[in-house]
Design a protein around this ligand. Structure first.
Ligand SMILES: Cc1cc2nc3c(=O)[nH]c(=O)nc-3n(C[C@H](O)[C@H](O)[C@H](O)COP(=O)(O)O)c2cc1C
Length: 181
């Protein structure tokens, strides 16, 4: 499979099989994330992996209640990863303020996509989750209050046959151009 085949294969998974994920495979996904590039090599992330079923269910009950219930499908995932956005290096933060760019969000996004693509390569499905009760997640996972959790990732085995059809994408001529805007 070429890299582009892998990228084409990946889709968000919102229904997982009730099969636990091997720690070695989770560690391979984490290794892919660990090697991601980041502004000034700040590596502003910490991945908190929840693979204990009881804890994971409690996390889902708390994270996806009320207005967040559209993501309650995450309960079917055997693994939920909370990605804590850590502080970038001081000079990167200053540079970011000067430029009006949140480098840490770019960094975390790259690391998560490394994680997600490695998962797909291992036959595992994922879904990025940006809509959840952050305060509840911090409380369940004992993440200090001053930290930020921008994204969760649901991870697990899935049935390809049951995936929704590919989401549409903008045509190439709308998203790219050569030599001028
Ligand atoms: C930053 C981010 C946040 C997202 N949050 C959610 C979410 O809360 N719930 C959800 O079901 N999907 C979420 N998604 C998945 C997107 O809806 C999905 O990637 C998009 O519709 C394209 O579909 P595909 O991933 O199947 O190609 C999120 C994706 C990203 C990148």
């Amino acid at each position: 499979m070429t890299f582009l085949d892998l990228v084409r294969r990946r889709k968000s998974v919102r229904s997982f099989l009730d099969i636990s994920v091997e720690r070695e495979k989770v560690l391979m996904c984490l290794e892919a994330a660990r090697l991601a590039p980041s502004a000034s090599n700040s590596q502003p992330w910490k991945f908190v992996v929840v693979d204990d079923r009881e804890l994971k269910n409690r996390l889902c009950d708390r994270a996806f209640g009320g207005i967040y219930s559209m993501n309650s499908f995450c309960r079917t995932a055997p693994v939920i990863v909370a990605v804590v956005s850590e502080k970038s290096k001081f000079l990167t933060r200053i540079g970011g303020l000067f430029r009006g760019t949140k480098y840490y969000l770019i960094d975390v996004g790259i690391a998560i996509e490394h994680f997600v693509l490695e998962a797909e390569d291992l036959g595992l499905g994922t879904c990025w989750i940006g809509w959840f009760d952050e305060r509840a997640v911090k409380s369940v996972l004992k993440v200090p209050r001053d930290k930020k959790i921008d994204i969760l990732v649901a991870l697990g085995y899935y049935d390809r046959e049951k995936l929704c059809p590919q989401h549409g994408r903008e045509p190439m001529n709308r998203i790219a151009s050569f030599n001028s805007y």
